[in-house]
Design a protein around this ligand. Structure first.
Ligand code: NAP
Length: 254
């Protein structure tokens, strides 16, 4: 049990990668605080994961909700050992068809929301604690139609390095998990989402999309003492997508 009695905050812990990570941390003995905006999925997560999970409704970019979240954590848990700044959104932003509000919303939730979460966490983090950010391979792949999302995740990856320099003297580690295509509700629940994901498999060397548990395993590694000398680093979890150029020939041995 790597996280026995540790206090773990997961933003966006009511769905997808955040929910899978919450499940893993609970199995490893942690007290887990999950946040999100949707009260139904927050309640469902508590029903599913049990009394070691505390769900608090909070939008990462709402000042008052964030203040109230961290006040509750301070009162109920005292301090935090792990923060997984995971909450994020993906919206199409094709050039020529995107309004300012949509572009700003993606940057606001995915970049500003991450920074403000970390900033609010700092008074509760002691030496030896660990922060994990959630990036994306879309920040480097050059995928069409998602400029805001790509820029936001490049921002997350850059921010982690700057924060690592800042937090190292305090003995706080910060690292980034960088997922490739992973089957979660961010892709929608419709058949078209399934079709979109399966159309991606040809460009993934392992020939399948990832699942949320596979990302959670890496988050837990980065959050745990198993990675005690890993600082300002990224672990890419994408089935090899970003290691090979698109369309690279694969020569099979006879
Ligand atoms: P998801 O199932 O849609 O989860 C997104 C989570 O973020 C939800 O719990 C959502 O909860 C929360 N959230 C969104 N906006 C929020 C806000 N303003 N305040 C608080 N919580 C908010 O999708 P996911 O794939 O697990 O995404 C998790 C992270 O992984 C994201 O940062 C995403 O960019 C990253 N990622 C995903 C993939 C992939 O292929 N799935 C690949 C690379 C990176 P509410 O809706 O209740 O607010």
């Amino acid at each position: 049990m790597r996280f026995k009695d540790k206090n773990v905050l997961i933003t966006g812990g009511n769905s997808g990668i955040g929910l899978a990570t919450a499940k893993l941390f609970v199995a490893e003995g942690a007290n887990v605080i999950i946040t999100g905006r949707d009260p139904k999925t927050l309640d469902a997560a508590v029903q599913e994961l049990g009394p070691k999970v505390r769900a608090i409704r909070a939008d990462v970019v709402d000042h008052d909700q964030r203040e109230s979240l961290f006040q509750s954590i301070r009162e109920e848990f005292g301090e935090l050992d792990v923060v997984f700044a995971n909450a994020g959104i993906m919206k199409p932003t094709p050039a020529g068809h995107t309004n300012e509000a949509t572009f700003e919303e993606v940057l606001s939730v995915n970049v500003t929301g991450v920074f403000l979460t970390i900033q609010s966490s700092l008074p509760l983090l002691k030496r030896g604690s660990s922060i994990v950010l959630n990036g994306s391979v879309i920040s480097t792949l050059g995928v069409a139609g998602v400029s805001a999302y790509a820029a936001s995740k490049a921002g997350v990856r850059a921010m982690a390095r700057s924060l690592a320099a800042e937090l190292s003297p305090k003995g706080i580690r910060i690292n980034t998990v960088v997922p490739g295509a992973t089957k979660t509700p961010i892709w929608g629940s419709s058949e078209s989402a399934d079709a979109r994901l399966s159309s991606l498999t040809a460009s993934i060397p392992l020939r399948r999309v990832g699942n949320a548990d596979e990302i959670a395993n890496v988050v837990a590694f980065l959050a745990s003492d198993d990675s005690s000398y890993v600082q300002g680093a990224e672990i890419i979890v994408d089935g090899g997508t970003s290691s090979l150029p698109a369309g690279a020939p694969i020569y099979l041995a006879k």
